[in-house]
Design a protein around this ligand. Structure first.
Ligand SMILES: CC(C)(COP(=O)(O)OP(=O)(O)OC[C@H]1O[C@@H](n2cnc3c(N)ncnc32)[C@H](O)[C@@H]1OP(=O)(O)O)[C@@H](O)C(=O)NCCC(=O)NCCS
Length: 211
């Protein structure tokens, strides 16, 4: 099983090339410390709607520097999609390897016992001009591969998905996530918990089984 420190030591080993549906060559790779300015460009370029859906702490250089400074220091693994020719960052794919108590409790009530050994959190955000073209679906097998290499068997959504974000809900469902249920966040907004089992088709405890 690979560690976050190991990925940070040799990020090039995790690079993959792919092509958007309109033929733009792209690179998928871990975020590196020297990405701060380009990551700031990505965050600053997000529309107000994308900002609302993705809920980053900030959208300026300081926010980007914080994300870069966090590499291999905490429980997060961030990967980017960048245009190969311009090196413009057009997507941020994020894993968290920790599970907040509130998430564990919500899932427990829904009959799913989360385990930090085998479960992780994930969220995706693309630049507005790259949304709705199948790109996050194209990269999803690589996401699953990263999760497996981290020793994970299941992926839950990081902070859930807002109930009024039908494109993201469709995206996650078409890539195999199952809806677990709605919850109300600290800000009063309704979100949905969703989970993907990387190995089997159902994640719910069998009727009568222990939750
Ligand atoms: C959510 C996101 C990562 C998905 O990536 P993407 O590359 O745009 O997704 P895809 O194009 O692969 O899939 C989107 C699906 O939603 C469908 N869709 C688009 N708008 C929709 C809508 N209003 N209602 C229902 N489905 C919709 C698309 O048709 C497509 O499904 P299909 O292939 O069956 O036709 C991306 O759109 C994004 O970054 N959005 C802004 C940030 C965000 O919402 N992040 C998620 C936070 S949980």
């Amino acid at each position: 099983m690979v560690s976050l420190a190991r990925i940070a030591e040799d990020p090039d080993a995790w690079r993959s090339r792919l092509e958007s549906s309109d033929g733009v060559p792209l690179v998928f790779r871990p975020l590196v410390r020297t990405d701060a300015e380009r990551l700031a460009g990505f965050l600053a370029g997000l529309s107000s709607e994308s900002r609302r859906f993705s809920t980053f702490d900030g959208h300026d250089l300081a926010a980007a520097q914080e994300l870069c400074a966090a590499i291999a220091r905490y429980d997060k693994l961030r990967l980017v999609l960048e245009e190969e020719a311009s090196a413009r960052i057009v997507g941020l794919l994020e894993f968290s390897l920790s599970l907040p108590e509130g998430d564990v409790e919500r899932y427990r009530k829904a009959g799913i016992r989360l385990d930090e050994e085998t479960d992780c959190r994930f969220g995706a955000t693309l630049a507005d001009d790259y949304q709705g073209k199948g790109l996050a679906t194209l990269v999803f097998p690589l996401i699953c591969d990263v999760a497996r290499r981290l020793g994970k068997h299941r992926i839950i959504l990081w902070g859930g998905v807002l109930a009024d974000n039908p494109r993201a809900i469709r995206y996650y469902e078409k890539n195999g996530f199952q809806q677990v249920g709605p919850f109300t966040g600290a800000d009063g907004r309704t979100s949905l918990d969703m989970i993907l089992d990387l190995g089997s088709s159902s994640v719910f405890t069998a009727p009568g089984g222990e939750a």
